[in-house]
Design a protein around this ligand. Structure first.
Ligand code: ADP
Ligand code: MG
Length: 247
């Protein structure tokens, strides 16, 4: 089943065309990685997919439901339903600094999604345990390492019970040691068949975890396909040049 279909998406900031004609699909249980140089439009694409930015053209369809077509968005109530299908994990964690770990994880499910407080708290406990943070429920973000903060952010995203997770360079603010910690969590989620779209510069990781790899440059998808093709055997010069620089 297709969980996400991006078709001919376009996005400009004033005169700058940042996304030119982006099309990709994500099926249930798949991990899709997005690679590409800085400024190629990866974050903008994730922000458009998460509806933090509006698109200027094209179609976004989630689980068969159209969120936007030719720049016309669905109704508020339809969008509310669609937005419950996904969560985004940011590069810089974006936790609420004045909320405890527990409150960070429970706030949106209780106050935005109106779910039962006890049920939300219970699932938060399970998620904290899974993230190895069960002793940190009452801590505040500033008392945690970057890796721990990012694990809280992942627990927060999971506690929304999304059908898919989007990650924007989830390890780029972290030291190598803490990066490994987060990559391990992502690997476990992939093994559990969580559907994920991950923007990353960790090529070896993308190679090992992805079902599908997308390479972006200059606001277009230059190349996409199986990791064995795009990463090991790229057909495009720009992909080859980018991968060579990272070696
Ligand atoms: P990436 O994540 O691949 O590094 P971005 O999507 O962040 O790329 O940025 C793509 C281009 O869009 C860059 O040239 C950036 O400066 C520009 N851009 C991103 N967000 C905005 C914005 N809110 N206003 C104006 N320009 C933006
Ligand atoms: Mg970015």
């Amino acid at each position: 089943m297709k969980l996400l279909e991006v078709k001919n998406v376009k996005k400009s900031f004033d005169d700058l065309e940042v996304l030119k004609d982006i099309s990709l699909e994500v099926s249930e249980g798949q991990v899709v990685s997005i690679l590409g140089p800085s400024g190629s439009g990866k974050s903008t694409l994730l922000r458009c997919m998460s509806m933090l930015e509006t698109v200027d053209g094209g179609t976004l369809t989630y689980c068969g439901k159209t969120a936007v077509k030719d720049a016309k968005y669905a109704t508020k109530s339809e969008l509310k339903e669609i937005k419950s299908y996904f969560s985004l994990v940011f590069q810089s964690f974006n936790l609420f600094p004045h909320y405890s770990v527990m409150k960070n994880i429970c706030d949106a499910p209780i106050h935005v999604m109106k779910r039962d407080k006890e049920e939300v708290a219970k699932s938060a406990e399970v998620l904290l345990k899974k993230m190895g943070l069960d002793s940190k429920a009452d801590y505040y973000p500033y008392q945690l390492s970057g890796g721990q903060q990012q694990r809280v952010a992942i627990a927060r995203a999971l506690n929304m019970k999304p059908k898919m997770l989007f990650f924007d360079e989830p390890t780029s603010a972290l030291d190598p040691e803490l990066t490994a910690e987060i990559l391990k969590v992502l690997k476990e989620l992939a093994e559990e068949k969580m559907t994920m779209v991950i923007v990353t510069h960790e090529i070896a990781f993308a190679r090992s975890i992805s079902d599908h790899v997308v390479f972006m440059d200059g606001g277009v998808i230059v190349e996409q396909g199986a990791p064995a093709d795009v990463i090991d055997n790229p057909s495009n010069d720009r992909t080859r040049a980018f991968l060579k620089k990272l070696e």
